[in-house]
Design a binder for this molecule. Structure first.
Ligand SMILES: NC(=O)c1ccc[n+]([C@@H]2O[C@H](COP(=O)([O-])OP(=O)(O)OC[C@H]3O[C@@H](n4cnc5c(N)ncnc54)[C@H](OP(=O)(O)O)[C@@H]3O)[C@@H](O)[C@H]2O)c1
Length: 309
């Protein structure tokens, strides 16, 4: 493929203006350990507009995750062929992201997509899947423990509810009332409305004095989530909340310490086998990608939104 060939892509045009625009940009070139992917679908995340490396040349193609077909291999790539269907990530890459007709990814981060999986499903897995897996690792709960999840009907919460319930953990979760049956269908034992002024007491009563751990997914939910954790328990914050501890509770911001690829491969297989329900609220056509971004930015999406090319 000629480096000067162009593709359609959603880009940020500078580091000041946060608008995202549809543009014609060169198809990116690959390095020895990378592949060029014809993008078939990409996942939409609240961070997509803002996750830009610095310094970087503009226009910069946004996006962090996708699914597609390998079109070109770098000379040191092993284990993958042209035509393979793959799930990929592009987080903060100098060559740009996944919101384009073509994207670049390191072969070591690729995940082979099972035939039974659609590109839409594949593109919805990497970021929410990795965050859910890392949340479970940080929570480190056992069968019979009690968990509270703040903001649980979004992409991450929808997965954490299922991962926790399948381990025999008792799950309580917050969202607006319209999402309570949905969260219970995924395995939550107790739902509360974050607008209910008595929700903290309700969770403490349900957990007989306080949960073993809380996962604060939504920004700003950490402080109140701490109140439902029992003495000596744990609070993990996913969105950078800085919370002062009390009552010997371990408070931690979620980190990325461990290679999770093998666990995401397992998650992909569990999705195909129907053990995990991957919820995609909406599939948008490429031309409506900005509508998908705006919906995600409302922080009221159910599960994941994806864009199909
Ligand atoms: N640390 C990491 O590696 C990492 C990775 C990915 C994402 N993140 C962060 O995780 C968050 C995104 O999570 P997501 O995509 O799963 O979901 P999301 O779409 O951002 O959140 C949706 C959920 O939050 C609930 N919610 C909305 N306003 C709330 C409030 N004021 N209090 C409590 N809950 C509220 C929604 O309920 P209703 O719809 O019923 O109102 C729904 O359950 C972002 O802040 C993102 O930056 C972190």
């Amino acid at each position: 493929m000629n480096q000067m060939e162009k593709m359609k892509a959603y880009v940020r045009i500078n580091d000041i203006k946060q608008d995202v625009e549809l543009a014609n940009v060169p198809i990116p070139d690959i390095m020895a350990d990378q592949v060029l992917i014809k993008v078939k679908a990409f996942g939409v995340g609240i961070h997509d507009r803002y996750f830009i490396p610095n310094p970087i040349d503009y226009p910069y193609v946004i996006g962090s995750e996708g699914a597609g077909v390998i079109k070109k291999l770098g000379e040191s790539v092993i284990g993958f062929e042209i035509g393979d269907r793959v799930i990929f990530t592009t987080v903060l890459q100098p060559q740009g992201g996944s919101w384009a007709e073509y994207a670049v990814s390191k072969y070591t981060s690729l995940i082979r997509m099972p035939d039974e999986m659609t590109f839409a499903q594949g593109s919805a897995v990497p970021i929410a899947g990795k965050t859910a897996i890392e949340s479970m690792r940080e929570l480190n709960l056992n069968k019979g423990d009690h968990l509270f999840i703040a903001g649980a009907s979004g992409a991450i919460g929808s997965l954490v509810i299922q991962l926790a319930a399948s381990k025999g953990i008792h799950v309580s979760a917050s969202a607006s009332r319209g999402n309570h049956k949905y969260m219970e269908s995924l395995g939550a034992d107790k739902s509360i409305d974050y607008k209910d002024t008595d929700w903290i007491n309700k969770i403490k009563t349900w957990s007989k004095g306080g949960v073993d751990a809380a996962l604060a997914i939504q920004p700003g939910t950490g402080i109140h989530s701490l109140k439902v954790v029992k003495e000596g328990g744990k609070l993990i914050t996913v969105s950078g909340d800085n919370v002062m501890t009390e009552r010997n509770i371990e408070v931690k911001q979620m980190g990325h310490e461990e290679e999770t690829r093998h666990k995401i491969i397992q998650m992909v297989s569990d999705i195909v086998e129907g053990k995990i329900n991957l919820i995609i609220e909406d599939e948008y056509p490429f031309d409506d990608a900005l509508k998908a971004l705006e919906k995600t930015e409302t922080r009221h999406a159910r599960g994941k939104s994806v864009v199909i090319l």
